[in-house]
Design a protein around this ligand. Structure first.
Ligand SMILES: Cc1ncc(COP(=O)(O)O)c(C=O)c1O
Length: 380
């Protein structure tokens, strides 16, 4: 009754070639989100260890932020993050998943409308499932449809609050929305814009400040989410916005209230990463060059130039086989399967890093072409 049901569920997953399994990283890293190499950099990692020891920072926070978990270092780190991102306030969460769950479940109220890009991250969607607001997706990056929905809601529901939710770099394709037009639309229809910058921070902008600031739109967003487990090489996330947003989330967001705070030692990694990223322009430029090289070698259009590159290989078994071929050739590239992506959209998610070399990228693209030659029916 218990084991049998779930064993059957797992067996069906295996039949569909959609069974997820843990696998240790092996081979040249074209898979991790450590875009500019901070998590891989032994010197930087050593500096964090040293800092933690010097400041006697604990690996245990002992409680929720609202109880014993609010170490004085939090104020300093949140201020530094807010300053860097030209925001009035920053509120740290234990992860990007928690930040998005908190924001989407607590902010839009009963009767409000949430319009979201169909490709936003699962954490934002999961938060919306907990929300009492109406929510509706619009086709990926389709601002015409978004505008029609905004018009309809304004015509039928008058002065309801409308929240528009997007990412600045989409996690599976590495592409970007037209944030300037999007923010104009939001302003025109008095909608509040929320942007998840998980894959932009550290990578986009002269100092790695993200797409929103690079386009001068910090004040056009009601909330931004920045995460620290990707280019910052650490762990955790923050919601950026005005002071009322921070106070509201501290009072209403259950993933913040009812969970143990990140420990002070983790804050050190975040703090030092923020000090490091402005100077890492050479790493950002190298990733951009590798991305252009990869696209050229795979005969893809010249953009988007981001560390995340998708090669569509429809079908779970096909994309898995291609992944195995690349792994056997020494490249750590992971297939992204249905149901993580819609059926037919299965792909290899190739991630380029500052520590990858041109030779490695050439080797990877050769191995990919080799597999594609052996499987001529596969479209990319
Ligand atoms: C766009 C986006 N937002 C949020 C998250 C969740 O962040 P975290 O890994 O810190 O939980 C991810 C994770 O991949 C993501 O891609």
């Amino acid at each position: 009754m218990y084991a049998a049901y779930f064993e059957q569920w797992l067996a069906e997953r295996k039949q569909q070639d959609a069974f997820r399994q843990l696998q240790h990283p092996q081979g040249i890293d074209f898979c991790s989100n450590d875009y500019i190499g901070l998590a891989h950099d032994p010197v930087f990692q050593e500096s964090i260890t040293h800092w933690i020891a010097q400041h006697r920072l604990s690996h245990g926070s002992t409680g929720s932020r609202l109880l014993s978990g609010h170490h004085p270092f939090y104020d300093q780190v949140e201020q530094a993050i807010a300053d860097f991102h030209q925001a009035s306030s920053a509120l740290i969460f234990a992860s990007g998943y928690m930040a998005n769950l908190a924001l989407m479940s607590a902010l839009p109220q009963r009767g409000d409308w949430v319009l979201y890009d169909q490709l936003i991250h699962a954490s934002l969607r999961d938060g919306l499932r907990m929300s009492l607001a109406h929510h509706r997706s619009f086709p990926h990056n389709d601002l015409d449809t978004l505008e029609k929905l905004l018009q309809q809601i304004r015509a039928q529901h008058g002065q309801k609050r409308i929240w528009v939710v997007v990412e600045s770099v989409y996690s599976m394709d590495g592409d970007q929305p037209n944030l300037i037009d999007l923010s104009r639309l939001c302003q025109h229809y008095a909608a509040a814009l929320i942007v998840d910058e998980a894959h932009a921070v550290g990578v986009i902008g002269q100092k790695g400040e993200g797409l929103v600031q690079m386009q001068g739109l910090a004040q056009a967003c009601l909330a931004r989410i920045v995460t620290f487990g990707k280019a910052l090489g650490a762990h955790g996330a923050a919601v950026l916005g005005e002071e009322w947003l921070k106070q509201y989330l501290l009072n209403a967001a259950r993933p913040q209230i009812y969970s143990t705070a990140l420990p002070p030692a983790t804050l050190a990694a975040i703090y030092l990463a923020y000090q490091q990223i402005p100077a890492m322009q050479a790493q950002r430029a190298h990733v951009a060059n590798l991305s252009a090289l990869f696209r050229q070698q795979m005969s893809l259009p010249t953009s988007p130039i981001t560390p995340i590159q998708a090669i569509r290989i429809p079908g779970n078994s096909h994309v898995k086989a291609c992944g195995r071929h690349l792994q056997a050739a020494g490249f750590d590239v992971r297939p992204i399967l249905h149901p993580t992506v819609p059926r037919g959209e299965e792909r290899l998610r190739v991630v380029l890093h500052s520590f990858n070399s041109e030779t490695e990228v050439m080797g990877l693209t050769q191995a990919l072409h080799e597999w594609l030659r052996q499987h001529p029916a596969t479209s990319i």
